[in-house]
Ligand binder design. Structure first.
Ligand code: ZN
Length: 244
């Protein structure tokens, strides 16, 4: 018999122990600062070189790429290594699940990744590190080296659509999984939030790990309020021991 599939939806709360604040959530940094929000809003970014220069400076100054995975990321990777089929659907763009050891093909990044840049014209991708090195070397709005087009972070900016292929795969996993764990997500931003309801509709055991109440607590089989860094490793160990 194949082992039951565990889907883990991870939100900003999973990375706060790694020193990465909540940027995108309903009460996130972007939403509280309209000027900062412009730096990650597609039309402003594409239309205004000064916005782009500020956006690159912001990326150079923030330490997100230097963040390290924490106990929650490690626990997820450990569950996968133990032989339980695991898929991560993440709202985070920090790449910390993969750094902790999750195979990249088992991590769906709903909002893209801040570890790469993409050309808005020819779509070629390259590492964020290389773009930041160009900023460091004095370029303030580095163009695509292939075609001269405008480069942007490979994250889904406000005003951009999610990748339909990634979203489609997330929906398929959500429908197929036996356990769905929503961790560190306010479950207020679509479409991620709707996945929790979809999992429950398809008969998955729904577990929510979040400091604050979410709109899906009532339909969850289990709600955990303890800090993620301690609660998630314990929860995943228990799942692994019961063969998930
Ligand atoms: Zn290009």
């Amino acid at each position: 018999m194949t082992k039951p599939l565990v889907a883990i939806l991870s939100g900003a709360g999973v990375s706060t122990d790694s020193g990465i604040p909540d940027y995108r959530g309903p009460n996130g940094l972007w939403r509280r600062d309209p000027e900062a929000e412009k730096l990650v809003t597609y039309d402003y970014y594409m239309g205004d070189p000064e916005i782009r220069r500020r956006s690159w400076r912001m990326r150079r100054e923030n330490q997100a790429l230097r963040a390290e995975p924490n106990a929650a990321h490690r626990a997820v990777a450990e569950l996968e290594r133990s032989g339980v089929p695991v898929r991560v659907i993440t709202q985070n763009v920090d790449g910390l699940h993969q750094l902790a050891g999750m195979p990249a093909r088992k991590v769906l990044e709903l909002h893209g990744t801040a570890r790469s840049v993409v050309c808005t014209r020819c779509k070629v991708r390259s590492p964020m590190d290389e773009a930041l090195a160009r900023i460091e070397a004095g370029e303030d709005d580095p163009p695509c080296l292939e075609c001269g087009g405008i480069l942007k972070s490979a994250t889904v900016m406000f005003g951009e659509h999610l990748d339909p292929a990634v979203l489609g795969e997330a929906v398929a996993i959500t429908k197929a999984c036996h356990v769905f764990i929503a961790v560190g997500s306010s479950l207020q931003v679509q479409p991620a939030a709707g996945l929790a309801g979809l999992a429950a509709d398809h008969g998955a055991r729904l577990i929510i790990v979040n400091a604050e109440p979410t709109p899906y607590d009532e339909i969850a089989d289990e709600v955990v309020r303890e800090p993620i860094g301690t609660a998630l490793p314990g929860l995943l160990r228990a799942l692994s021991e019961e063969g998930a």
